[in-house]
Design a protein around this ligand. Structure first.
Ligand code: HEC
Ligand code: HEC
Length: 500
């Protein structure tokens, strides 16, 4: 047995003094490694829910728009808390005309995808292509996939998002507090990730988008519910065009949301309102770009799944019950005056046949508002062909510049009001009147069926949703076919059209 020397005793004392600190250091290191691992595990998370049901996929499935255009789910949830003044009485996105299925906390047409650990949300096809109808204000609305989202005010929504990007409430502290209050607070690991990567990118992204889009919206009348400018936002967001440099001729291009039933029989037809593309696949892909997908982020499998389902999606039968004899007489008038351009409704459903169906009617002949046609310029067309999906099997080849609007099939016509490419004529009855007898202004965005075809559209002079036909792009002139018939024939024709 030996006794420790004085030196050993001193060493032992020091060791004992340092030991707790050593342990602390080890713990800190382990903690840092743990946080790093947790962060890494989180950042590696990517993916999107799969919906086995086709219609649920259409309404809620992701087509790939979130990655480049979306915002975090938690921000989406917090915005109503943060900006109560913009979200009206319901306190949710209904304020902008978004629709909800009962079983989801996101509106129809808003899909989710986790990218590098952050769950993002943005548009899919259903946001613009699903609407509601009812027989009277007392009835509950019936939601129909494939009909135009006639209540969705994307202009109002875009304006809101752009204004929010400049609002001090979007700073990390108030935004985090609002997320907590909305029940979607950040956990500690997430908070770190957001601090480093999410908050800065969110703000930068929103400010960048505002800088490009605001000058464009400033040059356009409000689109109002049920419409979007198809190509001009694309010019400034994807091709870096300066909105201030767009010509007056092209800068207004608001288009009514079309219905998108029964796409398969439309293969090979010149469609889009101006008939600028004959390929169904390209129209679908181009539509996905409009939803915020980019060539890098497109989920081709998901888009093709939607496209396949739309191929045979038929509109629900018209609930209008016009006098059968009148409708029969009206059919004779229609076959004589309209069917060559539009096809017709037969006993077994819509017949996609007509000598001029799916071709373009020159503007000089159809005479409707030229703005949408002019918004699609040869310069833009060439950029599309040159740049979009270039070098891949998806490269655009079919887009062309046309000189008019397309002679399109009229299936599901009862769900398509207001009518014409700019949605300038509220009812079918109005479309059969000469332009100076059509309503000069009316309120859009209702879903109660009008017995004259389309939706009840009260007269108005101003305010949100009031459509003024005197504004650029909004003219209700043209399409004179069927406007000079004897009154009895007009009623018969209307009776037949109400059965479409
Ligand atoms: C932001 C709203 C919006 C979204 C999202 C959207 N569309 Fe559309 N869609 C439109 C508008 C507006 C048009 C009319 C374009 C034009 O000609 O000006 C259109 C046209 C179409 C057409 C051509 C209709 C025809 O017969 O001329 C098809 C098909 C279509 N969309 C399918 C889709 C699909 C599939 C998706 C999802 C991949 C989608 N859309 C997403 C607004 C949208
Ligand atoms: C020479 C071809 C041609 C004839 C004939 C014709 N149309 Fe059209 N129709 C068009 C074109 C082109 C458009 C698109 C115009 C636009 O949106 O600016 C259109 C649009 C429509 C629309 C609006 C569709 C929608 O979704 O908003 C309806 C309804 C319609 N036509 C009904 C008729 C009826 C009824 C007749 C017969 C009385 C008729 N058309 C005769 C070419 C024709």
């Amino acid at each position: 047995m030996s006794f420790p020397t004085a030196v050993e005793a001193e060493l032992d004392r020091r060791r004992r003094r340092w030991r707790p600190l050593l342990w602390l250091a080890v713990l800190a290191l382990a903690g840092a490694v743990l946080v790093a691992v947790l962060l890494l595990v989180r950042v590696l998370q990517s993916g999107t829910p799969y919906y086995p049901d086709e219609e649920t996929h259409f309404r809620h499935g992701s087509i790939g728009a979130e990655t480049a255009s979306g915002i975090p789910y938690k921000v989406w949830k917090a915005l109503p808390t943060l900006f109560p003044e913009a979200f009206g009485t319901t306190g949710d996105y209904r304020a902008f005309g978004f629709l909800y299925d009962e079983d989801d906390d996101l509106p129809i047409g808003i899909s989710r995808r986790t990218v590098s650990g952050v769950e993002l949300v943005w548009f899919n096809c259903a946001v613009c292509h699903t609407g509601t109808v009812r027989n009277s204000t007392e009835d509950p609305p019936l939601t129909i996939s494939g009909m135009p989202a006639q209540q969705l005010d994307l202009h109002l929504f875009t304006r809101f998002v752009l204004a929010a990007s400049r609002d001090p409430r979007m700073a990390p502290a108030p935004l985090s507090a609002a997320m907590r209050d909305s029940g979607v607070g950040l956990d500690p690991v997430e908070a770190l990730l957001w601090k480093v990567a999410v908050f800065p990118r969110l703000r930068e992204g929103m400010i960048d988008r505002a800088a490009r889009l605001s000058p464009l919206l400033d040059r356009q009348p409000d689109w109002g519910p049920g419409r979007v400018d198809t190509f001009n936002p694309y010019k400034v967001l994807a091709f870096d065009d300066d909105a201030r440099a767009l010509s007056d001729q092209e800068v207004v291009g608001a288009s009514d949301f079309p219905s998108i039933f029964q796409q398969r029989p439309r293969e090979g037809m010149q469609l889009h309102w101006d008939g600028n593309n004959t390929s169904l696949a390209e129209r679908n892909l181009s539509a996905a770009l409009g939803a915020g997908v980019t060539p890098q982020t497109a989920d081709h499998a998901a888009i093709e799944r939607v496209a396949r389902w739309l191929g045979d999606l038929t509109p629900p039968a018209s609930p209008h019950r016009p006098d059968a004899a009148a409708a029969d007489r009206g059919k004779a008038v229609y076959m004589e005056t309209c069917a060559a351009c539009h096809g017709y409704r037969g006993d077994q459903g819509y017949v996609f046949e007509g000598a001029r169906l799916g071709t373009v009617e020159p503007l000089a002949s159809v005479g409707t508002d030229p703005a949408r046609l002019n918004s699609y310029t040869p310069t833009f067309q060439q950029a599309q062909l040159r740049e979009l999906f270039a070098g891949t099997p998806y490269a655009f080849r079919q887009f062309r510049k046309t000189n008019g609007y397309a002679n399109a099939p009229l299936d599901g016509l009862w769900l398509r009001g207001p009518y014409l490419h700019n949605g300038s004529v509220p009812t079918l009855r109005d479309l059969l009147r000469p332009p100076d007898e059509r309503p000069a202004s009316f309120r859009r965005g209702r879903d109660v069926i009008d017995p004259d075809g389309g939706f009840v559209s009260p007269a108005c002079t101003e305010g949100p949703g009031c459509y003024d036909t005197s504004l650029p792009g909004n003219s209700n002139t043209g399409h004179l076919w069927g406007t000079a018939l004897p009154e009895a024939q007009t009623s018969d024709l209307l009776a037949y059209l109400l059965t479409f």
